[in-house]
Design a protein around this ligand. Structure first.
Ligand code: R5P
Length: 300
C-alpha cells in the first residue's frame, strides 16, 4: 500500500500510477497552532506499506509528518513501513564541521528508527557514507541513468567536444559514475572553498582544460544556486561554449530560480524528488521524473 505525506503528492500519484495502484487514504489535520494529527483510514493490518515523503522545505514539518505517519501505520498493525524519502533533509549535517555542533542527521535517523521505520529508500544522497548513519536497511537510488539518457539526447543536437563537470569535490564519485555511463566522457573537477559560517563561496578552481567544450555540470542538489553559478562563471572564464546543468534535488531556496535563469546557462534539469511549485518554476527549467525509478524499487 502506498501512502503520501503532504510534501510531494504529485510524485506519490505518479509512482502509484506506474504500479497500477492508488495512493491509500490518510487523514492529515492541521490544528490552528500548526500541530498535525495523522489518522490511517484504510485497513493496513499485516500489510507492507510505503510512505512517500521527501523532506525538503519545510524540512522540520515534513519530518514531523513522516514520524507521525510511520507511528500511525505501526499502531494500525502494518507489517512493514518503508519510507520513500528521495530527498533526505538534514543530510548535509552528517558530522560535526565545527566543534559544538549537533549531528542532525543522526537525530533524524534515530527518530525514524524509534517510531518504527523498517527501511528507507533515498535518491542521490549527498555522501555515500550516509547509509552508515542508519541501523535499518537503506536503498540508495540514483537519477544518474536518467541524466545520462538526457545528456545523450542533448549531444545529438551539439557539435564539438563535451565535458562533465562536478562543481565541488564531494561530487567526484558521482561524476566518475556518469562518465562511465557515457562511454568515459572526460570530466573536470572544480574545487570550491565555502565559508562555513555564511555559506558563501570564496574561491573556485578547476583541474583541467575545458576551452571550446560544452559542459554538463552535475550536482546532487541546488539550494541557493550559488554553487552552480560559481561553477558556470568559472567555466565561462575558462572558455566553455555552452553550459547545461543537472541536479537531482531542486531544493531551490531563496532567489535560486532567478539566479538560475542566467545567461551563462542553456538549461537546468532537475528531478521531481522535491515538489517544485509553479511560482518557483523558471523558463530554463526542465523536470525529469524519477517516479519509475521509485516504482521499480518498490516492486522489486
Ligand atoms: C554541496 O556540497 C552540495 O553538493 C551542493 O553543491 C550544494 O549543497 C548546493 O548548495 P547551493 O545551491 O546553496 O550552493
Amino acid at each position: 500500500m502506498i501512502f503520501s505525506g503532504s510534501s510531494n503528492k504529485e510524485l506519490a500519484e505518479s509512482v502509484a500510477r506506474y504500479l497500477n495502484l492508488v495512493v491509500s487514504s490518510l487523514e492529515i489535520t492541521v490544528f490552528p497552532d500548526g500541530e498535525r494529527r495523522i489518522r490511517v483510514i484504510d485497513d493496513v493490518l499485516e500489510k507492507d506499506t510505503f510512505v512517500i515523503q521527501p523532506t525538503a522545505t519545510p524540512g522540520d514539518q515534513n519530518y514531523m509528518e513522516l514520524f507521525l505517519i510511520v507511528d500511525a501505520l505501526r499502531r494500525s498493525g502494518a507489517r512493514s513501513v518503508t519510507g520513500i524519502v528521495p530527498y533526505l533533509g538534514y543530510q548535509r549535517q552528517d558530522h560535526v564541521f565545527r566543534s559544538g555542533e549537533a549531528v542532525s542527521l543522526e537525530v533524524i535517523s534515530e527518530t525514524l528508527e524509534r517510531v518504527g521505520l523498517s527501511k528507507i529508500v533515498c535518491l542521490d544522497l549527498h555522501s555515500v557514507k550516509i547509509p552508515e548513519v542508519f541501523s535499518i536497511p537503506v536503498l540508495h537510488l540514483s537519477a544518474l541513468p536518467l541524466f545520462a539518457q538526457k545528456i545523450r539526447e542533448i549531444m545529438e543536437t551539439l557539435e564539438g567536444k563535451t565535458i562533465l563537470v562536478t562543481p565541488d569535490m564531494g561530487g567526484i564519485r558521482r561524476i566518475k559514475q556518469l562518465s562511465e555511463m557515457l562511454d568515459n566522457m572526460p570530466y573536470a573537477i572544480i574545487e570550491k572553498d565555502r565559508d562555513l559560517e555564511t555559506g558563501s563561496i570564496r574561491d573556485a578552481s578547476i583541474d583541467r582544460e575545458v576551452k571550446d567544450r560544452t559542459a554538463f555540470i552535475v550536482d546532487d542538489m541546488i539550494s541557493t544556486g550559488k554553487t552552480i553559478i560559481a561553477a558556470a562563471e568559472l567555466l565561462k572564464e575558462k572558455g566553455v561554449n555552452k553550459i547545461y546543468v543537472f541536479a537531482t534535488h531542486g531544493v531551490l531556496s531563496k532567489e535560486a530560480p532567478e539566479i538560475l535563469e542566467n545567461e551563462l546557462i542553456e538549461k537546468v534539469y532537475l528531478t521531481d524528488s522535491v515538489y517544485i511549485p509553479e511560482e518557483k518554476k523558471f523558463p530554463k527549467l526542465e523536470i525529469i521524473s524519477i517516479a519509475d525509478t521509485i516504482a521499480n524499487a518498490i516492486s522489486s
